[in-house]
Design a protein around this ligand. Structure first.
Ligand SMILES: *Cc1c(COP(=O)(O)O)cnc(C)c1O
Length: 372
C-alpha cells in the first residue's frame, strides 16, 4: 500500500471562491492570482478549471509573479490573458512577453525605458505600479503622473494602461493607513482619468470602496480567509486543499511518558498516541505547537510532540475508535464532513495560511477533484 498522504484539490471549491470574488467585485473585473503554482495548488490545473467556466463567468486574466510562471501556463495550454505582477526582471524578457501575449506591471524606471525602447509589434498592456505606502515596489506618487504620460503617449503601451498599487494593511479591521493609501490612489486616478487596480483578497472581501476597475484576489480563491476578523463574505469561502493522511501506528503511554524529539509533549494521563504519515519533509510546518488542531475520523484533536520529517504524532485518547488506517485531515474537509481551516492551523504555527499552502513539497501527490 502507498504512503497515504495526499493533497486533494477541490476544483469546484476553487470555482465557487472565484465566483464569490466576482460577485463581491460587482462591476470590477477580477483577475485570478495564481502565482507560486497557484499558492501550492497547481497553477495549470487551477487555471484550466477557471478558464473552462462559461465566458461571462471566467476570469478576464490570470496574474503570476514572473515570466517563467506565465510560460508554464502557456505550455499547459492556458490561453487567457496573463499579467506579470512584477513585470520583467531583465530587458531581454520583453521578446517573450510579446510572443506569449502577456501583460506586465512596470514598477521601475529601467523597465519603462526598456519597454519604450523595445517597440513591440503588438501592443503590450501595461499596469503602472505606484508605491502608495507599501514601500516595496512602484513609483512614488509624485513621479507616477509623468511616467503615466510617457506610457500613454506610446501606442504600443497605451492599450490597457491602468494604475496599480498594493495595500499594506487591508486585513486590519479599521486601518487609517489603508485609507491613506486609498486616498492617494484615488486622487492620482482622478488627475489622470485612469482606471485603478488595488484590491488583494482582504480588500476584495472587506473594502468595496477600493474595488476600482479591477481587483486581484489571491489567497481567498483557495478558501483561506485573510481578514483579521471574518465577515459575512469570508464565511462563504470553501477550502480548496485538503491535506489528508492516515494513522500508521498507535501507542499506549502511561502518564508522564514523553513523545517525540526532546520529549516536548508529556502524557498528563494514560494516553493513546497516533502516528500520522505527514511531516516537515512534506512541507507541514515544524513550528506546529502542541495543541495544533487536526481532524481524526472527522473529530478534532491535537498534535502531541514535535513534528518530525516524515511523521507527526496526535492525541487519540478521546477518539477510541481511531486505529491504524483511520483518516487524518491536517487541514481541509474530512470525509465525515468536518472542516479544519488552514488559517486556524497557521495560527498555531505562528504563521499565515500562505506559507502553509505554498510550502507543500513535491513529495506529496496532488489529486484533483473535477468541478461537479
Ligand atoms: C500576491 C498578490 C496579490 C494577491 O494577494 P492575496 O493577499 O493573496 O489576495 C495581489 N496583488 C499583488 C501585487 C500580489 O503580489
Amino acid at each position: 500500500m502507498a504512503r497515504p498522504l495526499l493533497a486533494e484539490i477541490d476544483l469546484g471549491a476553487l470555482r465557487h471562491n472565484y465566483s464569490l470574488a466576482r460577485e463581491l467585485a460587482g462591476d470590477s473585473r477580477a483577475v485570478a492570482v495564481i502565482k507560486a503554482d497557484a499558492y501550492g495548488h497547481g497553477a495549470v490545473a487551477c487555471a484550466a478549471a477557471l478558464e473552462s467556466l462559461p465566458a461571462e463567468r471566467r476570469p478576464p486574466a490570470f496574474a503570476v509573479a514572473c515570466l517563467e510562471e506565465a510560460e508554464a501556463l502557456r505550455e499547459g495550454g492556458i490561453e487567457s490573458s496573463i499579467v506579470l505582477l512584477e513585470g520583467i526582471f531583465e530587458p531581454h524578457e520583453l521578446a517573450r512577453v510579446e510572443a506569449l501575449g502577456l501583460w506586465m506591471a512596470v514598477h521601475s524606471e529601467w523597465q519603462v525605458s526598456a519597454l519604450l525602447a523595445y517597440r513591440p509589434a503588438k501592443p503590450i498592456p501595461v499596469w503602472l505600479k505606484v508605491d502608495s505606502g507599501m514601500h516595496r515596489l512602484g513609483f512614488p506618487p509624485d513621479q507616477a503622473a509623468a511616467v503615466w504620460e510617457r506610457l500613454a503617449a506610446a501606442p504600443t503601451c497605451a492599450t490597457g494602461l491602468l494604475l496599480m498599487s498594493h495595500f499594506a494593511t487591508a486585513d486590519a479591521v479599521d486601518s487609517k493607513y489603508f485609507q491613506r493609501q486609498l486616498d492617494c490612489m484615488q486622487a492620482l486616478a482622478r488627475r489622470l482619468d485612469a482606471p485603478l487596480c488595488l484590491a488583494n483578497s482582504p480588500a476584495t472581501l472587506a473594502w468595496p470602496e477600493a474595488h476600482g476597475a479591477w481587483v486581484r484576489p489571491g489567497v481567498m480563491l483557495y478558501g483561506s480567509d485573510p481578514l483579521e476578523r471574518a465577515n459575512e463574505a469570508s464565511h462563504r469561502l470553501e477550502p480548496v486543499m485538503t491535506l489528508r493522511s492516515e494513522i500508521i501506528a498507535v501507542r499506549d503511554l502511561a502518564a508522564g511518558e514523553p513523545v517525540g524529539y526532546a520529549g516536548r509533549w508529556q502524557a498528563s494521563r494514560p494516553s493513546r498516541i497516533g502516528v500520522v504519515a505527514c511531516g516537515y519533509g512534506d512541507g507541514y510546518d515544524r513550528h506546529a505547537a502542541d495543541g495544533t488542531p487536526v481532524l481524526v475520523a472527522g473529530q478534532r484533536t491535537a498534535i502531541a510532540g514535535k513534528v518530525s520529517m516524515d511523521m507527526l504524532t496526535v492525541d487519540l485518547t478521546d477518539i477510541p475508535e481511531a486505529d491504524i488506517g483511520t483518516e487524518v485531515v491536517l487541514w481541509g474537509r474530512s470525509r465525515h464532513g468536518a472542516v479544519l481551516s488552514v488559517d486556524e492551523v497557521a495560527r498555531h504555527c505562528d504563521t499565515i495560511s500562505y506559507t502553509l499552502l505554498t510550502g507543500i513539497l513535491p513529495r506529496v501527490p496532488r489529486r484533483y477533484t473535477p468541478p461537479a
